[in-house]
Design a binder for this molecule. Structure first.
Ligand code: ATP
Length: 234
């Protein structure tokens, strides 16, 4: 059974239809990459799945439970986490305080501050640092840690490597690899097509709110993914 199963999501911003009937599923331990040019509708889709944006229609199932009618905080409590574009940390709060904000209130799971620091020793060193003073890579690590504090079964990451140094991107991907090995379902928005094709278990491309390509990494190329980002199907 898929951890995350999304069917026929339609979402709009006022009169603008940004997502036209998108369907996807992510299994435990699977990394699905969502690609597409700026404005393709990726963020709107992720926010609709998370419940931050009200979809016009469609269904979201998490571990077999229909959460389509649940509000964002209820979806988070059910085990669905979103690491938003730009990380959205509280810059004047410490790393620990930011992590604590992600703490699960109702779910029993393996993650707490000690477990996060154990898994990511680099974060432990930053415990008392203000989030606003950290590098982009460190902030991304805190944002992922904050998501884990809610003991998710599925994590969606928007623009995971945007604005990060090459070393920070490596660190972020090492982290994602660990989460994959732990059996989390990962839905990752990425601009770097080469990295996506080298990392993904499955890929999908959106253009103008529509899915224009679905592929397994071995069956596609960076060129085909780029073409699909501009609406052409292979
Ligand atoms: P990006 O990589 O630039 O974030 P994206 O693929 O995530 O792009 P969205 O941000 O979901 O795409 O945008 C989809 C469409 O919806 C675009 O045409 C965008 O201009 C529009 N849009 C996004 N957010 C809003 C908003 N808050 N109000 C109005 N229109 C919006």
């Amino acid at each position: 059974m898929s951890t995350l199963e999304v069917s026929d999501i339609h979402a709009a911003h006022g009169q603008l239809n940004a997502v036209h009937g998108v369907t996807l599923s992510v299994k435990p331990g699977e990394m699905l990459f969502l690609l597409g040019a700026n404005g393709a509708g990726k963020t709107t889709l992720l926010r609709s799945i998370a419940g931050d944006h009200l979809a016009k229609s469609g269904k979201v199932m998490l571990s077999g439970v229909d959460i389509s009618k649940s509000r964002a905080h209820e979806r988070a409590r059910s085990g669905l986490a979103l690491v938003p574009e730009g990380r959205r940390l509280f810059p004047k709060m410490t790393v620990r305080e930011n992590l604590e904000l992600g703490a699960s209130t109702s779910r029993e799971g393996p993650w707490n501050i000690a477990a996060i620091y154990d898994a990511f020793p680099n974060l432990a060193k930053l415990d008392k640092s203000l989030a606003g003073k950290l590098s982009g890579g460190e902030q991304q690590a805190v944002a992922i840690g904050r998501a884990l504090m809610g003991d998710p079964v599925a994590i969606m990451l928007d623009e995971v490597s945007l604005g990060l140094s090459p070393a920070a991107v490596e660190f972020a991907y090492d982290t994602l690899q660990k989460l994959r090995e732990m059996g989390l379902a990962l839905l990752v928005v990425e601009q770097d097509l080469t990295r996506a094709v080298n990392t993904a278990d499955a890929l999908m491309v959106m253009c103008e709110g529509h899915v224009t390509l679905r592929a397994k990494p071995g069956d596609t190329t960076v060129e085909a993914l780029a073409a699909a980002s501009f609406g052409y199907e292979e």
